[in-house]
Design a protein around this ligand. Structure first.
Ligand SMILES: CC(C)(COP(=O)(O)OP(=O)(O)OC[C@H]1O[C@@H](n2cnc3c(N)ncnc32)[C@H](O)[C@@H]1OP(=O)(O)O)[C@@H](O)C(=O)NCCC(=O)NCCS
Length: 160
């Protein structure tokens, strides 16, 4: 499908000094401000902008076995318009160009929307860490489902 048919093309750039607006947007993809601040310091931060608005933010972290997508957040009100697809396709091209073999991501068992999103873009489920979120206080619920396990997914690049 044409990735821009329901959304205008976004301009995606790296950001070296994330501001509080960006942190607020990233909280949609990760409820832990502490964790976000930690990986913002170490990671590669990307933002996606339309002509009028900052609509997308992502953070990548380089690991020994690939690049991990720590967060992808599309601004509320802009979901299901193809902006997430544009961001992921950009990050895949970036990671592939960086010589890594795969893009990794983890999400909660209750994150039905993000799981469908990643799978629709070619990610495969490769593992589950049971009880990863079991000690979260307060516990996380999404659409009435308790988030307990971490689902691990990978996007493996074709041979370069
Ligand atoms: C998950 C998220 C990044 C998806 O971004 P998006 O811009 O809404 O997604 P897109 O419009 O690019 O969707 C691409 C495809 O993914 C799938 N998809 C996306 N969201 C979905 C949902 N909620 N339910 C089912 N499928 C979904 C669909 O196949 C969709 O294609 P379609 O709309 O033509 O059917 C966005 O909903 C978001 O920011 N959520 C809050 C933060 C978050 O949970 N981040 C992930 C943390 S692990």
């Amino acid at each position: 499908m044409d990735e821009t048919c329901r959304s205008e093309p976004i301009v995606i750039d790296r950001v070296s000094e994330p501001d509080e607006d960006l942190l607020g947007l990233l909280l949609a993809g990760d409820p832990s401000e502490f964790a976000i601040r930690r990986y913002l310091n170490q990671g590669l931060v990307f933002v996606g902008k339309t002509a009028d608005a900052l609509v997308a933010a992502s953070v990548l972290l380089e690991r020994d076995d690939g690049i991990e997508l720590m967060n992808i957040s599309i601004r509320p009100g802009y979901h299901r318009k193809g902006y997430g697809r544009q961001m992921i396709n950009h990050l895949i091209r970036f990671a592939n160009g960086n010589g890594t073999s795969k893009l990794l991501v983890g999400t909660g068992n209750s994150s039905v929307g993000p799981l469908a999103f990643y799978k629709s873009l070619g990610f495969q489920i490769v593992g589950t860490i049971e009880n990863y979120f079991a000690d979260y206080d307060p516990p996380i619920f999404e659409d009435g489902v308790r988030c307990i396990d971490l689902i691990q997914l990978e996007y493996v690049f074709e041979e370069l």
